[in-house]
Design a protein around this ligand. Structure first.
Ligand code: NAD
Length: 499
């Protein structure tokens, strides 16, 4: 059986804990590798070594650090297909979707090439007589990234790019479900010129995460995953005096107004609802048609499109629409929630419960589901399902529709389909959700903007990537300097205006 270990001080390093996690092939259900799970002692040793490596890296000119990112971009492009194949093999998503996963991470590395500009401080000449004042952005030291299974390239890249180019060392603790791509990225960074020890990939589970949260050298924690864990990590990291940004789960609503282009809206819902088997934090899981006529027409357009979806392994070709979900437990949880929907009175218009794929009967495939007449008290509305299940909640008016999205505990993304600019502007202005699409179903901001949800979808005050990432991974030091006169005049005992 293949064993996957850690990446410490620039080399693959065998774990010593004797504890392992199974890494599955989600298409067949077979275990394809076992992954070392680190102990607290292993984690602490990796941090100690990273702290030593950070001193020189942090003092390296920003343009030299940016050049490592430039080279990293070339290497990711060179190995794009290899990375995407490894990603599909462990995650299960289709090959084109896996390339998209790498690509959206790569774009953040491209943005990081601008570090010398983004790290420039501020300067006030003559803030007082002979006095200058300047602010510098300095690295934090050693920081940590803890990432989820569903974007095993993109989210580690969102973490490591800004953290490293700002001059920090990073401990990356990827998801134990699909750990190979983060290790491949660490190797590519070494090839790009990153000094050994500056990026340590430590594989593990809760034990390693808790070791990160309690390690006194680690200054900041960036987390992406489910909401209960995000909240736990935010609270424990903050209580231990660390900077933390923790992004959680989602329940993204798409409102379809009566004036919307319904074919366009239905196509958007198919891609955003069922793509990647619904395992995206920006997936649309709730469709909210406004008015009975809109709802009836929408359902009529959705059903034939759903029935045509091609579900299969990534090896079956690029026309597969989506693959298996990540584990057997994930599949069972999705089917359990579907059953609660049926039991609580929602109308299951497309029933994927008996879905089975010939030759892949033990794979973690879930057929597409469509619910109609879902109500806010149902579990399938309240909880994140993270599977190919779209719920339709019929709203009587625009106000009722926007209230549904606003009252939901999650606030990651949302979308509205309409031809009316006034409605779209009102929606964008009032909605209490972090990322908004207007006739765009998955409004993931590009690398130079920032990504983050509101309410229970995000804990902390800075977003991922874009300028916020450079704020999160640096701290500001402000210097007031006076040369050379005035100092001889004696001490000052009161705050003095500098004029
Ligand atoms: P998860 O919360 O199970 O795991 C995320 C990370 O936390 C992993 O590295 C895992 O090892 C660690 N972890 C798991 N249980 C832990 C525990 N008890 N204590 C400490 N650490 C623990 O999430 P997942 O299943 O890997 O990912 C799917 C979730 O991530 C979904 O809820 C999805 O919405 C969310 N997500 C959010 C965003 C976003 O930007 N808001 C992006 C992608 C995914």
């Amino acid at each position: 059986m293949k064993e996957i270990h850690h990446w410490i001080d620039g080399k693959e390093t065998k774990g010593t804990s004797g504890r392992f996690a199974d890494v599955f092939n989600p298409a067949t259900g077979e275990v394809q590798a076992r992954l070392s799970l680190a102990t607290k002692a292993e984690l602490d040793a990796a941090v100690e070594s990273a702290a030593k490596a950070q001193v020189k890296w942090g003092a390296t000119n920003p343009q030299r650090r940016a050049r490592v990112m430039m080279k990293f971009v070339d290497l990711i492009n060179r190995d794009m297909d290899k990375l995407a194949e490894a990603l599909s093999a462990e995650h299960g998503k289709t090959f084109p979707d896996a390339k998209g996963d790498v690509q959206r991470g790569l774009e953040v590395i491209e943005f990081c090439i601008g570090a010398p500009h983004l790290l420039k401080g501020e300067f006030t000449d003559s803030a007082g007589p002979g006095i200058d004042m300047y602010s510098m952005r300095q690295p934090l030291g050693v920081v940590a990234g803890i990432t989820p299974f569903n974007f095993p390239a993109m989210i580690p890249l969102w973490k490591m790019g800004p953290a490293l180019v700002c001059g920090n060392a990073m401990i990356l603790k990827p998801s134990e479900r699909d750990p190979s791509v983060p290790l491949m990225l660490a190797k590519l960074l070494q090839e790009a010129g990153l000094p050994d020890g500056v990026l340590q990939v430590v594989n593990g589970d809760k034990d390693s995460v808790d070791a990160i949260l309690d390690n006194e050298t680690i200054q900041a924690v960036g987390f992406v995953g489910s909401t209960p864990i995000a909240q736990y990590i935010y609270e424990r990291a903050s209580a231990n005096g660390k900077r933390a940004q923790c992004f959680g789960g989602a329940k993204n609503h798409m409102i379809i107004m009566p004036d919307a282009d319904l074919d366009q809206a239905a196509d958007a819902l198919i891609g955003a609802g069922y793509g990647a088997a619904g395992e995206r934090c920006m997936a649309i899981s709730v469709a909210v048609p406004v008015g009975e006529k809109t709802a009836d027409a929408l359902i009529e357009k959705l059903v034939p499109r759903i029935e045509k979806l091609k579900v299969g392994p990534w090896t079956a070709g690029n026309d597969v629409d989506y693959g298996p979900v990540v584990t057997k437990a994930a599949k069972e949880n999705i089917l359990r929630l579907v059953q609660t929907g049926v039991d609580q009175g929602a109308e299951l218009v497309v029933d994927g419960r008996d879905f089975s794929l010939q030759g892949y009967e033990d794979g973690f495939f879930v057929g597409p589901h469509l619910f109609d007449r879902v109500t806010p008290d149902m579990d399938i509305y309240k909880q994140e399902i993270f599977g190919p299940v779209l719920s339709t909640v019929r709203a009587g008016s625009y106000e009722e529709a926007i209230s549904l999205a606003m009252d939901h505990e999650y606030g990651n993304g949302t979308a509205i389909y309409t031809r009316d600019g006034d409605t779209a502007r009102d929606f964008a202005s009032r909605i209490n959700i972090g990322m908004v699409g207007i006739n765009v179903p998955i409004p993931v901001p590009l690398a130079y903007h920032t990504f983050g949800g509101w309410k229970k979808s995000g804990f902390g005050d800075l977003n991922q990537h874009g300028p916020d990432a450079f704020r999160f991974y640096t701290r500001t030091k402000t210097v007031t300097a006076r040369w050379p006169s005035g100092i001889k005049e004696g001490g000052e005992f009161n705050f003095k205006a500098m004029d």
